[in-house]
Design a protein around this ligand. Structure first.
Ligand code: NAP
Length: 311
């Protein structure tokens, strides 16, 4: 078990689901003497101040990073390059700079060229989230028992990597290190493709609504509603993910289309054995996820069911 690190000043650029959750958990764990965050609009700044989680909420990213020894960009992937450029000259020498973006190759490509010598760049991705966004959506327990993947570029200071690893461990996460390309390939199948499928099926059903007279919503408990949770995820975040991880997503989509064609053929040919074998294999995958503690074993995702009252 690593010792929890202590930072004098942590700057969180962006106070949405992830930034807000880091702030809440870091505060609870006493990981920083001071936490400062940015919020672009007057309204969000007022709300963050009202929540009382961070010590300072400021309007500009430059102001936030002043004297910070840990800076974490908690903003959409597409905004990370421009923000790195904006803050680069204002970073404290020796500071660790990180992010939480869902794509890593593009983050390294877009941020690294702007960062001066003496700054330790350790990109990160906490594989944890919900479909909610904004300053009220975060919660301190979000990272407990979830993975946080670090993708440090070659040659980065090992002590800085260790400090960030210990920071995430103190937030409750299990930490793993991999290359940005490997991360992007793994996440393309485990996260990005499922989101694309959910966005597609919900869109298709929405178009069918006109034909089915709102029955899509009425009978959604048949499976559809589980896709709608994923498809309710933040549009800006997911636009950036697909633009930034284009190659890996297209590769996985190719494999997916081939497998979909195989199942389509099995249905057309009435090949029950092929369907049964396939569904048996996928059921075992679900059990495996529950077994390693990455989801609850409760049926129907633990949704509450009202009691049946006697008529
Ligand atoms: P979110 O709740 O929408 O929050 C994003 C925050 O970024 C908002 O506070 C937004 O401010 C701010 N922002 C956007 N552009 C900015 C800029 N140029 N300068 C300063 N602030 C800016 O999003 P989130 O879910 O926390 O996602 C943040 C990052 O975490 C993304 O890169 C995403 O890929 C990654 N991530 C998300 C999840 C997930 O499930 N949601 C999981 C793991 C990783 P305004 O309110 O003023 O627009």
């Amino acid at each position: 078990m690593s010792v929890a690190p202590h930072f004098q000043r942590v700057a969180l650029i962006g106070f949405g689901l992830i930034g807000g959750s880091i702030a809440r958990a870091a505060k609870l764990q006493g990981l920083a003497s001071e936490i400062v965050t940015t919020a672009r609009s007057e309204k969000t700044r007022a709300r963050v101040a009202e929540l009382g989680i961070v010590d300072h909420v400021v309007a500009t990213n430059v102001e936030a990073v002043k004297d910070a020894d840990l800076v974490i960009l908690c903003i959409p992937v597409g905004a990370c390059g421009p923000v790195a450029q904006e803050i680069a000259a204002h970073l404290k020498p020796g500071a660790i700079i990180s992010d939480v973006g869902s794509v890593k190759g593009a983050i390294v490509r877009d941020m690294a060229p702007h960062l001066p010598q003496g700054i330790h760049f350790v990109p990160a991705h906490p594989v944890a989230g919900t479909e909610h966004s904004g300053p009220d959506s975060g919660f301190a327990e979000l990272f407990i028992n979830r993975w946080c993947i670090l993708t440090p570029p070659e040659g980065v200071d090992a002590a800085a990597v260790d400090r960030l690893r210990a920071f995430w461990a103190a937030l409750g996460a299990k930490v793993e290190i991999m290359t940005p390309d490997h991360h992007d390939l793994v996440l393309a199948i485990t996260s990005h493709l499922p989101h694309l499928i959910a966005y597609t099926i919900v869109g298709t059903a929405d178009e069918l609504q006109q034909v089915t007279e709102s029955e899509v919503i009425k009978f959604s408990a048949g499976g559809f509603r589980d896709f709608t949770r994923i498809a309710a995820s933040d549009p800006t975040m997911w636009r950036d993910v697909f633009l930034a991880n284009k190659e890996a997503v297209l590769e996985m989509l190719g494999t997916f289309n081939e497998d979909l064609a195989k199942l389509t053929r099995a249905i057309r040919r009435g090949d029950g054995e092929a369907l049964f074998d396939h569904f048996t294999r996928t059921r075992a995958i679900r059990r495996g996820i529950v077994e390693i503690g990455q989801d609850s074993a409760a049926p129907d995702f633990g949704r509450p069911h009202p009691p049946l009252t006697k008529q």
